[in-house]
Design a protein around this ligand. Sequence first.
Ligand code: ZN
Length: 404
Amino acid sequence: MGLTERTCVVCHGDDHFEVFDQPTEAIIGIGDIGYHHRIQICRNCGFVFASPVLPEEKILLFYEKMSNYEHPQSDGLRPQAEKNQILRYFELINKRFPPAFKGKALDIGCATALGLSLFRSRGWDVVGLDPSPKCVELSKKYYDVRVINGFFSPQLLEKEKPFDLIILCHVLEHLLQPDKVIKELGDLLSEEGVVYIEVPNLLKPYAPKCYFGFEHVNFFTPTSLANIAEANGFAVDSLSCFDNGPQVSPFYPVLAMTLRKTKQKFQMKNDMGEVLPVIEKFKNESGELVARLQATVRKILEKIPKGRLALWGAGIHTSQLLSETDLGQAEIACIFDNDLKKDGSRLMGYPVEKFSGDLEKIKKRIDAILISSEASEDIIYNQISYLEDHGIKIYRLYQRSQPG
Ligand SMILES: [Zn+2]
């Protein structure tokens, strides 16, 4: 598969070097492709980005087919942690406008449009944009919000402009050309309008190993986010850093920035000196974690006969685990996943299936299940721990106690 080479999208310099390599050999919906997510830093401005990356059409197909943003388990209704995230930016954005202001809002990558429904309840005119047809349907069903199905393009929004507010919540880190998108927002935004951007905060990478997932191709700091905005017709109006935690989605530290249009020119800043030690620390912690996971996996593989272990979870965590531990070469019975979209596919040759719940059949096939998820480990454990009463051992990777 041909990969796409990238250069720095902030300063457009081409002097960068690799700071991290995240093997992600197989990805559901894309294939067993031997991919490595290679993370680069720009010497000229300090921006951190992935290159080379999967071709854009492959990534877009993945978002269309495998999108998790429609929340299949809850049929699109947002869990409380996501509501908290949306309520917070709703308050933050409202402070950037005069009291009782009513304008027109656009949410790019709006998922099921809860955020937009809040603005509408204050009298705003709202429209969403999302690549997932399911999200379009659920936005209508739950909040009666109109959502255009597609990826961002100014042509798609020509008839809708101007907007007084454009929201890009956890979108910019996914785009191969975020610079181009920001520049194009200028033409869609009213003169007094505000752009709200929320992205992960690279200065606080949330979890060893997991931070540089293949879906993210840009890794922003307050400096690089300001640089890219200022290079494309905007000035920083406000910056907030939130650590989030278990009560607020996406659970890890984020940057929230509001921007306004300007004709002013800015000097680009370079924060490489601040970023490199953060990545060095991350690299060390990731190395330690992978070694620990490998040791745990080996212990499990020694205990469970060949072909009698199943994994639970066919997401990015499993892709990385299969790439970085002996599980890749072990004989796994299958990979269970609740997501029906994944049912019937394969990950590194292993079949992915929905858990049938038929105990007799399951006992004939497997002796143990290893939960392969960090963020959802507890939720999954609560769902399947009853199997232990029926002689199926459940292993967890992140809880303190080691497998017995
Ligand atoms: Zn640069």
